[in-house]
Design a protein around this ligand. Structure first.
Ligand code: ATP
Ligand code: MG
Length: 420
């Protein structure tokens, strides 16, 4: 038997409804905030992620699905969306069309990681990106949006919103130096990955999940104490606006992001409910990304929600059921089928979930099926009913039967007040 590839998974209908809930709630809110959908392809030139995400990041160093296509082009399956959306923004000169570009994208990302609970090789993200403005109230608004999404999907009691500021091109190099000196003193106790990171990307060590590295990071100098005046003022203003937007949050100086393009404000939505995989969503400001990819000098901010993790949290709190039919047509004989198909079709066209039996089955077995599907009404039509121009309608829950005349209007009026 052929099974799915390791780290890739199917989402069955019983679980799909949680995904639909998450995406519908989020899309409604995004619409109200003025976000528009921008769809990006799965495949990009490898160079985009090399340049966009940074060659010393985990993603580019070891997690990407890359291959040469048949024409010899080096391509990669997108490991994240921001670089692709920035590429599309530049390619279509969207800065000319949308002075403030607000885009969202929902779709799968691909990273070759060790699969475990909450960590897959194909996983899904809801991405939100804003190009073309930089202002503390905007940053607070984007962070607030993440908070409001968590409220709308009902997981706000299980998450904390943590924010930090990782400096700018002026103040970060100094902090990097100071951090590197500190970490060098404990170099021997760092994990192998972090030993490597020490020279190339020391901030990333603060994000390492290994206990030894965590202990060392705990007493490391904090970026917040080394911000330049401008960054410090900006950060304070964002925090102040978070109050205006009524967003509960904590300042966590350990939050750095694993991707190189981040500057300034960074934030994560964190939970303790999912074991080692604590980040449900993460984001921040990326003011140089567009320019570094060859576009205009345009500021940016955004975040990504990990859908698998968000869905896990929703499932812990909410029971969603697959929809059940309003009508189940239990039909006896060819003539009954021919008379009822147009009625069932019209009901379906008006959005009413209707099932009908296609196979020649006994009434008993059809009623069993109606029961199993949790239909509200079974509609029974056989030769006798046809002759009298009626249908027998059985309310499956009340276990009561009555007759209606065999026409669309009878069924439509049954739906009033209770239709899905
Ligand atoms: P982590 O520290 O968990 O590896 P990350 O910093 O690599 O996360 P981002 O690139 O910021 O993650 O992606 C944003 C969100 O996407 C994460 O917060 C997480 O919810 C989700 N995510 C990232 N990688 C995976 C994965 N392999 N499987 C499932 N979800 C993931
Ligand atoms: Mg990761």
């Amino acid at each position: 038997m052929i099974k799915a590839v390791r780290g890739f998974k199917d989402v069955l209908p019983e679980e799909s409804i949680y995904w639909q809930f998450l995406e519908e709630k989020t899309k409604n809110l995004l619409k109200a905030f003025g976000f528009r959908e921008l769809r990006i392809p799965v495949l990009e030139k490898l160079e985009l992620f090399d340049r966009g995400i940074g060659s010393t990041t985990d993603i580019v160093e070891k997690e990407m699905y890359t291959f040469k296509d048949k024409g010899g082009e080096l391509v990669a399956m997108r490991p994240e969306a921001t670089a692709s959306i920035a590429r599309a923004y530049i390619e279509h000169a969207l800065h000319l069309k949308d002075p403030l570009g607000k885009y969202f994208f929902i779709g799968p990302m691909f990273r070759y990681e060790r699969p475990q609970a909450g960590r897959l090789r194909q996983f899904n993200q809801i991405n939100i990106e804003v190009f073309g403005a930089k202002s503390p109230s905007l940053d607070a608004e984007i962070i607030a949006l993440l908070h409001y999404i968590s409220c709308d999907i009902g997981i706000e009691d299980g998450v904390t919103l943590e924010i930090n500021h990782i400096g700018c091109k002026k103040c970060r190099p100094l902090y990097r130096e100071i951090l590197m000196n500190y970490l060098n003193l404990s170099k021997e106790n760092l994990c192998d990955d972090c030993k490597r990171r020490l020279e190339r990307n020391p901030l990333r060590i603060l994000d390492c999940k290994k206990q030894n590295c965590k202990n060392i990071s705990l007493n490391a100098p904090k970026i917040i104490d080394y911000l330049c005046e401008e960054c410090k003022t900006y950060f304070d203003a964002v925090v102040d606006y978070l109050g205006v937007y009524k967003v509960p949050h904590i300042i966590n100086p350990m939050i750095v992001r694993g991707l190189d393009y981040y500057t300034g404000i960074v934030f994560e939505l964190i939970t303790t409910e999912l074991g080692a995989q604590g980040a449900v969503a993460a984001g921040g400001r990326y003011d140089h990304l567009v320019e570094e990819l060859g576009g205009p000098r345009v500021a940016g901010i955004g975040f990504a929600i990990g859908e698998e993790r968000a869905v896990e949290m929703i499932k812990k709190r909410k029971k969603l059921d697959l929809p059940s039919p309003f009508f189940f047509f239990a039909l006896l004989g060819e003539e009954a089928k021919r008379r009822c198909i147009p009625i069932a079709t019209d009901l379906r066209k008006s959005g009413i979930y209707t099932e009908l039996e296609h196979e020649e089955k006994s009434l008993k077995s059809q009623m069993r099926k109606a029961n199993k599907l949790k239909a509200k009404y079974a509609v029974i039509v056989g030769e006798d009913e046809l002759r009298r121009g009626i249908a027998i309608v059985r309310d499956m829950k009340e276990k009561k039967q009555f007759e209606v005349s065999l026409k669309l209007e009878s069924f439509l009026s049954l739906c009033q007040g209770g239709a899905e």
